[in-house]
Design a protein around this ligand. Structure first.
Ligand SMILES: C[S@@+](CC[C@H](N)C(=O)[O-])C[C@H]1O[C@@H](n2cnc3c(N)ncnc32)[C@H](O)[C@@H]1O
Length: 250
């Protein structure tokens, strides 16, 4: 006997009414003039971008960590970038993740959510006050103290002390002028099949701007060229947040 599927709305995980900011259903579509249509599509693209960035909801601990970052004028990963990091950590079944640039812990919480329940995040930042906020945020998010190892210091002083091939994922969100050095260190730290991600490679649009650019943008371009030309790497530049460069080490 075939049981008819229940209507979608009656599923316990699906709430009736507008969800995730979808517009209300409509029966009528008004024909538009071509120019109006172009404007609408451009507007829809921006709305789609904002929709994608807010697609995965953030909890109280993440909001707290974001507020601490905002108070100190520190950028943190966007919700969409956080969701991508969480998904990527889950995809590689990450047990060991290294993070450059702890900040107040926004990216760290997302990474920990995606990692295995016994996974450990090693996070490096020269500012102990920021790491202290991150420690509190991780606790508020429900992670046991042994899930994170906080190392105060600059990445290029600390990373050489970490084990070769011992990491599933490296997330780089520190000093953009050191991007190429972070790549070299990350490739040493990663196991084959591991993943390195770089936050902020669009540099607010300056990476593709033809005008004169600061050294951090020139280094980001060097990074992009290097990963694109390497036969050992599988790169993808994901247009989320301010640009997330993801690179798999074969
Ligand atoms: C953009 S914030 C990181 C935000 C964090 N990933 C988040 O989403 O919450 C950049 C951080 O990198 C740190 N930083 C700057 N230079 C660094 C270096 N050489 N090594 C490691 N971290 C560095 C800064 O102190 C700052 O906390």
């Amino acid at each position: 006997m075939i049981h008819p599927l229940p209507p979608l709305r009656s599923h316990p995980l699906i709430t009736p009414g507008p969800i995730c900011g979808f517009p209300a259903p409509t029966d009528t579509v008004t024909a538009r003039q071509p120019r109006g249509q172009e404007r609408a599509i451009t507007g829809n693209r921006q709305t789609s971008w904002a929709f994608a960035d807010a697609f995965v909801a953030e909890d109280e601990a993440l909001r707290w960590a974001r507020d601490r970052a905002r108070e100190t004028g520190l950028p943190s990963v966007s919700p969409g970038t956080g969701a991508a990091l969480r998904m990527l950590a889950a995809t590689v079944d990450a047990k060991a993740v290294a993070e450059i640039g702890t900040g107040t812990g926004v990216s760290g919480i997302h990474l920990l959510h995606g990692m295995r329940p016994d996974g450990v995040l090693t996070t490096v930042d020269p500012e102990p006050d920021r790491q202290q906020f991150a420690r509190q945020a991780f606790r508020a998010a429900g992670f046991a103290g042994n899930r994170a190892r906080f190392i105060p210091g600059r990445a290029l002083d600390v990373l050489p002390r970490l084990a070769d091939g011992g990491y599933d994922l490296v997330f780089c969100d520190g000093d953009r002028t050191e991007s190429l050095e972070y790549l070299a260190e990350s490739l040493r730290l990663l196991r084959p099949g591991g993943l390195v991600c770089f936050e902020g490679v669009f540099a607010d649009g300056r990476t593709v701007d033809s005008g004169p650019q600061p050294v951090e943008v020139l280094r980001l371009r060097d990074l992009l060229r290097t990963v694109r030309e390497s036969a050992e790497l599988v790169p993808s530049l994901v247009p989320v947040g301010d640009g997330l460069l993801c690179v798999v080490k074969r």
